[in-house]
Design a protein. Sequence first.
Length: 331
Amino acid sequence: MLNQDHIALSIRNLRTWFHTDQGIARAVDDVSFDVPTGKTLAVVGESGCGKSVTALSILRLVPTPPGRIEGGEILFGGQDLLELPLGEMRAIRGNDISMIFQEPMTSMNPVFRVGGQIMAAIRLHRGLSKDEARREAIALLDRVGIPAPELRVNDYPHHMSGGMLQRVMIALALACGPKVLIADEPTTALDVTIQAQILDLLKTLQKDTGMAIMLITHDLGVVAEVADEVVVMYAGKKVEQAPVNRLFAAPRHPYTQGLFASLPATQQPGARLHTIDGNVPAATDFPRGCRFHPRCPKAMARCRDEEPPFRILEERHGTACWLHAEGGMAP
Ligand code: SF4
């Protein structure tokens, strides 16, 4: 879909399954997409669609067992991360590819000062002296908008608000100048004003550094704010992909259309809030055929038996739905 020179990270036919007592949960099942350099790719879907497992798979942080990456490739800098020895993978994590989470405390140690944690990351990956690392940590805190960084560098995490901590986590993630930043619901726990500030900060940092961002979210408002390209996932599958403007102007998959219809802004005053009927199926029990068929208002007979292939409909816009399979091109 994109010129190879402009791709920071390429996920090819990724399959990550969990082997549970209830059966095999095909959390990510043959998913492919590229994260473009200097751009933001949003991965959207309801909880349980496989978006976070995709992110953990990229960093090889899927808990094993019960999880296992069954197949596919994750191409970064000309190598397949799934083939790397664990030691080399550790060097890539936090250095070339960083991740921030919804809950900053999952990445921070509550008993150490925030500055010390940033300095530890800088020294581990960049071999700077203690003084140099401290100066760098203060500069990073300043860059992510922490006021009086030379004082706040001595704070413990519990001294900071949720928004401040999220900024610290971004500083931590940026400590080694990553080429790719994976942000998993980075603003979900924050109030709307702080959320907007954090999204602005990510955009500014991306402009300054040229890093690629893979943003995982269930929130189409966040997507509209920051994404260049969007992947929509449902039940472990990529069901639609498009540049953000095109997706918002003309979503093609009935699931994507359902997501947009359930946005409050598209409701008439006083109208009942539209939601997609039914529930996301359990990953151990995905239906045959199109996994969305039990909830799809446009389902046809073949949808119950045959899985729709992903097809490109127009430049960089594709979907996996029998309504659009004719005339579409294989990726
Ligand atoms: Fe609906 Fe069929 Fe398209 Fe699936 S393939 S989204 S069931 S119309």
